[in-house]
Design a protein around this ligand. Structure first.
Ligand code: CA
Length: 354
């Protein structure tokens, strides 16, 4: 639990400032909660492609840092990629942050998207401690979702996708089973408060570069059209205009996020490690809400076509929204980078797994 302390309301976040757990409370304070109120950490399932882009590693590391600070409970970490080393690399990062026990799910029966051009997955899986040998050893992501949602309190869970919608499509279509008597649609209606979706170029997308939608297009279209609750989109224009990562050079060599950035950025030989923050931005919103970072364009919906092109249409009551940048981008970048480089709490992870 986080308890709001007197004076937090007036604190101003400055570039380079180190955040601690109480500032998670600050974010919640800003959402209208009174001093002294006790708040539970956000309950969150992360669904990542963990495939082509290194910002998924930073996003997962940042999520763990916020979990260490008491801002969020990570309920599960699932992948939407069929590449065999995607789930193991999620396991690598969970292990580094002393949460090797976190459920890791992977798409089964041909679901998900496959590419074989990752700059970092094979090396991270080979170089860093973890348990899962491949996606094959992970349970079906739909099973992981259903188990977590069945056990959750009503309206308590946020789902954050920073990859494809493959698993959510299959969750929506899932029927009653030994885990739950409820259909997937019913589980979502009862247990999920919000789906935060990283993807799309707002307000108009011509489906050229929106890979989270187009690499499993039918899943994106089905999920967006059939989602029974609130959706908030963190569009590409948010994180692609904020670039961080250079500070990872200063972190220890045993940091897998550092290694991912080194491998990914060196491939392009740019001489720096700064990289867009599409996925870290979505993590920040999912955990802290709008705070002073963004405003919300609400009262509308994505009118999505089968090829994933879309137009945002104004219409009240559709329960969809997308983020609009508010805070200075350099200041936001510093906030995210501090979280990305923050060392894990607790025991060194090499001790933790022995
Ligand atoms: Ca991603």
């Amino acid at each position: 639990m986080i308890r709001i302390q007197r004076g937090q309301k007036c604190k101003k976040v400055r570039r380079g400032r180190r955040w601690n757990g109480s500032l998670g409370g600050l974010a919640l304070y800003n959402q209208g909660l009174k001093e002294g109120a006790e708040m539970k950490p956000v309950q969150l399932i992360l669904d990542t492609d963990m495939l082509t882009d290194c910002d998924d590693t930073a996003a997962l590391g940042m999520l763990h840092a916020m979990a260490d600070a008491g801002e969020v409970d990570i309920l599960a970490t699932v992948v939407s990629s069929r590449y065999p080393m995607s789930a193991p690399v999620v396991d690598v990062i969970n292990t580094y942050y002393n949460r090797p026990e976190l459920p890791v799910g992977a798409p089964k029966n041909g679901a998900g998207a496959f590419r074989d051009d990752s700059s970092f997955l094979d090396k991270l899986a080979a170089e860093f401690p973890h348990r899962l040998a491949s996606n094959e050893e992970a349970p079906d992501a739909v099973e992981v979702y259903r188990r977590v949602l069945e056990q959750a309190e009503s309206g308590s869970v946020k789902i954050l996708t920073i990859g494809y919608m493959s698993n959510l499509e299959n969750l929506l279509k899932s029927g009653p089973d030994a885990i739950s008597p409820l259909r997937g649609l019913e589980l979502i209606e009862r247990k999920v408060s919000e789906w935060v979706c990283m993807g799309g170029n707002f307000p108009v997308d011509v489906a050229k570069d929106n890979v989270n939608f187009t690499r499993d297009a039918s899943a994106a279209v089905y999920t967006i059209r059939n989602w029974p609750g609130r959706i908030t989109f963190a569009g590409r224009e948010i994180g692609h205009n904020i670039k961080v990562g250079e500070a990872l050079r200063q972190t220890p060599d045993d940091n897998p996020v550092r290694r991912a950035y080194q491998l990914h950025r060196d491939r392009f030989d740019l001489g720096h490690w700064n990289h867009h923050t599409a996925d870290p931005s979505a993590v920040l919103y999912a955990v802290r809400g709008l705070w002073d970072y963004w405003e919300l364009e609400a009262d509308g919906y994505i009118d999505i076509q089968d090829d994933c092109s879309f137009v945002w249409r104004k219409k009240p009551g559709r329960n969809q929204g997308y983020l609009l940048q508010k805070m200075d981008r350099a200041e936001m970048g510093a906030i995210m980078e501090e979280l990305i480089v923050r060392p894990p709490a607790g025991k060194p992870y090499r001790e933790a797994i022995n």
